[in-house]
Design a protein around this ligand. Structure first.
Ligand code: TXA
Ligand code: MG
Length: 323
């Protein structure tokens, strides 16, 4: 495994050919780092599941560089999905759409739909473009963490998560810290009306404004859709420390809250973001810092309100030991 800290054109070409050969490349996106593999190569995809320790029936998101490639992976695309794609791609949004034959069971977990995203990070887009120029069709990439752990938002975090599991030819591209910090918004586009399966930086309000309709939020498995989504499991996104969303920290406990909250006596301040956007951006690194410091319990005051606060609360409730 090698980490590439200077993502030059040559480095991107090399990373794309690494993917074409069937090896893995972890790369930055604006949300979190992804662990990429050629989405048409079953053996390469098997490596992702092995490295992550993830159950193989959990579907993967296919990343493409342009809306022009959407038809290769998805069919019967509803008009509202096209509108969402035009409004928010490239960006932190994944659309679940009916699949074409290209999206095999090893990508979709056997479901008839496939998750597609065009990320906006310059390194991710350059890698996807170059991969396609070399004959590739799409890069499957889950977050580059071990199953159930916190998503990495820096290349160092990817190394900490996966260095022991990656092989010699695999690569990590370092594109600096991710700007959004929480995973993409996932929208189910397989029914008459869109619904949100995972909240993210493309918020409910943004979607409703773009489409002129109201949408539902289904963050647990809805009966109308038999989706197996890891991010929909009750416990996920968890650090080693126990996370508490209620109660008061005592001596030596960690504390995460907006800057406007004072640190309770004896607690160790882990993070003090000034805005909800900054809260999302630093949350996972804050969890990692707590683990690094060997802190056993972290008390968190979640942000209130709408917008990205909804995504933060979603992840916090899944990471929490006691809510
Ligand atoms: O921001 C992101 O989405 C990042 C970056 C790397 O793009 N990726 C990411 O992937 O978070 P992952 O695999 O860690 O989480 C994707 C979630 C999982 O819960 C997965 O089960 C769900 O999306 N998913 C993927 N394809 C799906 C499908 N066809 N139907 C329903 N859920 C799907
Ligand atoms: Mg994940």
């Amino acid at each position: 495994m090698s980490t590439i800290s200077n993502c030059t054109e040559t480095a991107i070409k090399d990373a794309a050919s690494t993917l074409i050969k069937g090896d893995l490349v972890a790369f930055p996106t604006e949300t979190v780092y992804g662990l990429g593999a050629d989405a048409t190569n079953e053996d390469a995809i098997a490596k992702i599941f092995k490295v992550k320790g993830r159950p193989t029936d959990h579907p993967l998101i296919v990343h493409i560089s342009s809306i022009d490639n959407l038809d290769k992976w998805a069919r019967d695309i509803p008009e509202y999905a096209v509108n969402l794609a035009r409004a928010f791609w490239p960006g932190p949004m994944t659309l679940i759409l009916p699949r074409t034959d290209l999206a095999k069971d090893f990508i979709t977990g056997g479901q008839d739909n496939v998750g597609i995203r065009i990320p906006s990070h310059t390194v991710a887009l350059a890698l996807l473009k170059e991969f396609e120029a070399q004959g590739g069709l799409g890069v499957a990439a889950p977050s580059a963490n071990r199953f159930g752990a916190v998503s990495p938002t820096t290349a160092t975090a990817v190394e900490i998560e996966l260095a022991d599991f990656l092989s010699e030819n695999d690569q990590i591209l370092d594109g600096g810290p991710c700007s959004v910090g929480v995973e993409s918004t996932i929208i189910n586009c397989t029914e008459n009306k869109p619904s949100m399966l995972r909240p993210g930086a493309v918020t409910k309000e943004m979607i409703e404004d773009a489409l002129g309709i109201t949408i539902d939020l289904h963050t647990s498995n809805s009966e109308s859709m038999q989706v197996k989504a890891a991010g929909l499991l009750e416990s996920h996104y968890a650090p080693k420390a126990k996370v508490f969303l209620k109660g008061t920290p005592t001596l030596g406990d960690g504390f995460i809250a907006l800057d406007s909250y004072e640190t309770p006596a004896g607690a160790v301040r882990i993070a003090a973001p000034k805005t909800d956007e900054e809260y999302a951006q630093i949350l996972y690194e804050a969890f990692r810092l707590a683990d690094f410091k060997g802190i056993g319990r972290v008390f968190v005051i979640p942000p209130t309100g709408s917008g990205i606060a909804v995504a933060i609360n979603d992840r916090l409730s899944k990471s929490a030991f006691e809510k």
